[in-house]
Design a protein around this ligand. Sequence first.
Ligand code: ARG
Length: 558
Amino acid sequence: MIESLKKLIREKIESEFNIEGLVVEEPKKGLADISVPLFQYAKLWKMSPVDVYNKFSTALTMIEEIEKLEFSNGFLNIYLKRKKIAEGILNSVLVNQENYGQSEVGQGKTVVMDYSSPNIAKSFSVGHLRSTMIGNALKNIYKKSGYNVVAVNHLGDWGTQFGKMIVAYQLWGNEELIRSNPIIELQKLYKRINDEEKINEELTQMARDAFRKLEQGDPEYIKLWQWFRDESLREFMEMYELLDVQFDSFHGEAFYNDKMDRVVDMLEEKGLLIVDEGATIVDLSASDLPPALIKKSDGATLYITRDVAAILYRYETYHADKLLYIVGNEQQLHFKQLKAVTDLMGYNFDLEHVNFGLVLVDGKKMSTRSGKFTRLDDVIKQAILDAKEAITSKNPDLKDQDMVARKVGVGAIIFNDLKNERHLDVDFNLANMLKFEGMTGPYLQYSSVRIESILKENELNLKDLDASYYEEDHYFEVIKQLAQFPHIILKAQENNAPSIIARYITALAQGFNSFYGKQRINVEDSKHKNANLLFISSIQIVINEGLRILGISPLKEM
Ligand code: ARG
C-alpha cells in the first residue's frame, strides 16, 4: 500500500512536470511518512526549494490518503492518514490470513524448476542440499505469485559411470551390503574400479561396453541399473522427508535415453553438427564458448545432450514459459552452452541458471567425505539433536519435543542457507544457526511463538477494530513493514531470491520485539487491548507465512 502510494506520488509529479527518476523515499523513524528531496530540481530550474515545493504540492492535492504536506529542510514531507491506512492494511492481513500477499502476476504461466537433482550411486552433496532448499523456496514464492510450478528432480541416473558401476558390481559386488547401506557401498565400488582402472586398462573398455549395452537396453543391465537407482532413491527420499520437500517429477537423465536420437537428428538437420576427432560437437565460437560435446567417439551421449532433450520435453509436455535450473556456480559454463545450443536450433527459451555458492565449514569447502559425517542426513539429525537440547533446557515441560526439535533443527539449517544472497558462500556452523537471537530460524520461530502465547489467552474482534491507536509511531512503523509484504514477494520472485523474504521477516520480527519492549499488550482499556491483539496477530500471520514460503515450519510452542 505504501509502495503503491509512493508510486502514485512519483507518477503524478513526474507527469505533471515532465520529469523522470524522481526520488520518493521513506525517511527514517520519527520524520514524515514519505518525503521527496527537492534540491536537484531547485538547481535544475534555478528556483528556491520552497518554490519547487509549492509547484510539486499542486500535483498531490487529489490523493486521498495524504493528511498534510510540509516543507522542511529542502524536502517535501508527506504525512499520511495513518488511521485509514493502518485500518486498510490490518484488514487486508486479517481477512486474507495466510493468503495475504498472494498475487496473480504469474497467472496462466508455467515455470519448470529443476532442483536438487542428485546423482544416483553417489552421496547427496551439500551442493544438492542447497539446491533443494533454494528450489523449494522458489517453488513457494512462484506459487504465491500465481504461477503454475512444475518441480522436477533431474536425477543424475545415466552416463558412462553406470557402465563402470555395472562392471564393478559384477566383479566385486555384494547384494546384502548394498541393500543395507546403498550409497556408501556403491560409492566404494565406484572408487575401486576407478583405482584399478589405472593399472588395468581392460576395465575401461569393459565399462564402455557395459554402458553401450545399457544404452541399447540390455535387460540384465537395465535391471542392475534400476536396482542401483531404486536403492539410491530410497536413501534420497529419507532426506526429502526430513526436509519436507516434494517433487512433481523424478524424470532424470535416463528418461531421455530414447529421446536423444531426435535431438541429434534435429541438430544434424540444422547443419549444426561437426565431427571432430571422432566426437560429434556443436561449434559455439560465435558465442565465445567452447564447443558442446554431443556424442563421444564411441557414440555415447553426454550430460548436455540429455539436457537438450530435457528442455524440449519440458516445453512440449508442460508448456513451460520459463525454466529455472537451481544448480551451483560451477556449472555456469554448462548452462551457457545449453542456452547457446538451443538458440542455434532456433528456439529462444527463457532459461535461467539460478546459481549459488559453496557451503563452508571454518572457511573450507564442506564435504561429507572429509568431515566427521559420511551422510548428509547425519548432519541434519545432529542439528535436530542439538535443537532438542536447546529447547528442553529452555522449556522442560514442552509437549511433542521431538516434533518441535525436528522443526527447529531443520528450520535452522534452511534459514541459515537462505538468509544471504544465494550466490554467496554459506557458513555452516550448527551452534550459530541454532541460536535464539540474531538472524536465525529459531529466532523467527520463537518470535511467532511469543505472539502465540499472548493470543491464545485472548479473543480477537476484527469488527471492533479501532485503528486510531496505530497512528502512534511505534505501531505505524510496523504497519508499514506489514504493508511491504506483497511487494517483497514479487521482488523475491523477480530476482529468484529467497533471501529477500528471509531478511524481511527477520526485520519484521525485530520490529515486533522492539514494539513489545515498548508497549504492553494486556492494557485495561478493552478497545486498546483489542487493537493490540489484532496488531500482533497480523505480525504473526506474516512471519508464519514468510517462514512457510522458505520451507520452515512455524510453531505454536517451543
Ligand atoms: N546431477 C547434476 C549434478 O549433480 C545436476 C543436474 C542439474 N540439472 C540439469 N538439468 N542439468 O551436478
